[in-house]
Design a protein. Sequence first.
Length: 261
Amino acid sequence: MSETIGQRAPVSIIVPTYREAQNLPELIRRLTAACAAADLPAEIIIVDDNSQDGTEEAVAELAREHAVRLLVRTTERGLSSAVLAGFAEATHERFVVLDADLQHPPEMVPQLVARLDDGCDFVIGTRYAKGGRIVEDWPWHRRLASSVATALARPLAPLTDPMSGFFALPRAAWERATDVNPIGYKIALELCVKARCTNVGEVPIEFATRHAGESKMSLRVDLAYLAHLAHLYYHRSPALAGGALLVAVALVVMFVKKVIL
Ligand SMILES: Nc1nc2c(ncn2[C@@H]2O[C@H](COP(=O)(O)OP(=O)(O)OP(=O)(O)O)[C@@H](O)[C@H]2O)c(=O)[nH]1
Ligand SMILES: [Mg+2]
């Protein structure tokens, strides 16, 4: 099926995937049900980096009943560049991005789009605003790492959850973003900063436990995040970047002195 679903102004939903075949039937079923219930016409674009795990067969099967299609990339790998490839493929004027593993509730998509209707030029699904939460019982060190990572990005954009991968924006915001850097995982933060979005909306979400499959997070991804932050600080202001670097070095020295020595 290639036509869209629902009755209102349409939206393109982009889902980056790497080895998520097991999650796709549930994701597409819940996404289409949520959009249909809200009369929101939607096309769903899965951008997969040649997972070879049955994703192509799963989407072919789902496409018989749902407005979903697959873009397979064989020469590039990476979450952020996959999202940008999805935007290039999208046919509608409003974009929503979410993960495939059902950590982002598909039922909240119409609420993110409603904030775009209100005039927001960027909307984030946040775990850290009132009403949002992380369902899983994260160990203290993961919570701490997430809090530090969030705090480090706070001066860059007015987002309570700059690490979130659940967001919506109008095509116009993407088009006015200059010098977009698809390195790393935090494409929402990158777009919000580079498109100079000021009217930012937030929708609290419950961040669920991964439905099936494995996380692609790693130490390499964490280090890429720090490099990404440095790039964004430099983009904002080279002086601010220098100041932030000094503070970071001072914090590391204090930490090493107090905890390790
Ligand atoms: N196309 C593409 N998608 C990716 C890549 N890496 C991750 N993804 C997708 O990006 C989404 C987020 O990845 P996750 O591994 O769930 O990362 P996370 O949710 O931040 O981390 P966890 O909380 O540990 O699950 C999922 O839909 C992944 O399949 C990649 O290299 N290419
Ligand atoms: Mg996940």
